[in-house]
Ligand binder design. Structure first.
Ligand code: ZN
Length: 292
């Protein structure tokens, strides 16, 4: 804004002249976070062929999100969409972009979840399988890269689901991590499709191996994070994991775990923890019970 220094512009005019609009955060000339109200983060990369998206928001928000994407400087057609995991907050643009011919990249487990109806046992919430055209059409197991130097890989610890992926943009030093990291309150512990408290610790440790000191991390929800933020999360989830697994080994149950309040010390920052602690404890059964 050097050109207007010294001018007394009305606030509204100033914000219109700013290089980013509401809901769009510029990380680099060719890399943006779109964050609309009630929507998860969408990362948009402009390249010579068009646009690469990491996640596409919900079905309800899809139209607004894609409109915001098309308004980015230099934006063309979305040719590639990553699904960081199967949840509907991330896969709501799959049908629209799949019909338009986009390559939809996901871990193979994510494709499998999107091809079946799912019902969460703890609240009865149902998720309908996606039509074929909306399902990922390019899957992988461990890691891969695009023709450009953009790398992506499986977060095999099951931090959030058993199909979490990261996407790393080396030139901009930005790492998209989807639901494996939450930047806004306690995450959903979706143990029904593989996520668990131990995986949160392992998953964040794993994505940290992709980073360097200056990497900016884009989670599914909330603000862009630093490596220090992730290290703090590893410590927090690690402490909770130790408490809960210790209780499970002593034969305690989820209600006793909630009563012990192992999330209490983090509530000022993270919000009420009861639901998170209960789901986390249940998630241990799936991974640590001898008869599981
Ligand atoms: Zn999710």
């Amino acid at each position: 804004m050097a050109g207007v220094a010294g001018l007394s512009l009305p606030a509204t005019l100033f914000s219109q002249a700013a290089p980013q609009t509401a809901g769009t955060l510029r990380l680099a000339d060719d890399l943006f976070v779109i964050s609309l109200p009630d929507e998860a983060n969408v990362l948009a990369h402009i390249d010579s062929k068009g646009v690469i998206l990491v996640d596409g928001g919900s079905a309800k928000g899809s139209e607004s999100i894609l409109k915001a994407v098309s308004g980015l400087p230099g934006a063309g057609t979305v040719h590639t969409l990553f699904n960081t995991h199967w949840h509907p907050e991330q896969t709501g643009s799959n049908e629209r972009l799949g019909k338009a011919g986009a390559t939809i990249i996901a871990h193979e487990n994510t494709r499998l979840w999107l091809g079946q109806n799912i019902k969460w046992p703890w609240n009865g919430q149902k998720f309908a399988k996606l039509p074929k055209v909306a399902q990922p059409n390019k899957t992988f197991y461990t890691s891969a890269k695009l023709d450009s130097d953009i790398r992506y890989g499986y977060i095999s610890d099951a931090a959030h689901t058993d199909g979490d992926l990261y996407v790393y943009f080396p030139k901009q030093n930005v790492l998209a991590v989807g639901g494996a990291v939450s930047g806004q309150g306690w995450p959903v512990v979706d143990w029904w499709t593989g996520g668990w408290i131990g995986g949160m610790v392992g998953g964040i440790q794993r994505v940290l191996t992709v980073t360097n000191a200056d990497t900016r991390i884009v989670p599914a929800n909330g603000p862009v994070l630093t490596v220090a933020d992730l290290q703090a999360q590893v410590n927090m989830y690690g402490k909770i994991y130790d408490t809960l697994s210790g209780m499970m080994n002593k034969g305690r149950g989820p209600t006793e775990a909630v009563a012990a309040q192992p999330g209490k010390e983090f509530e000022a920052k993270m919000g009420p923890s009861d639901e998170f602690i209960r789901r986390s404890f249940e998630s241990l059964w799936a991974y640590l019970s001898p008869d599981a």
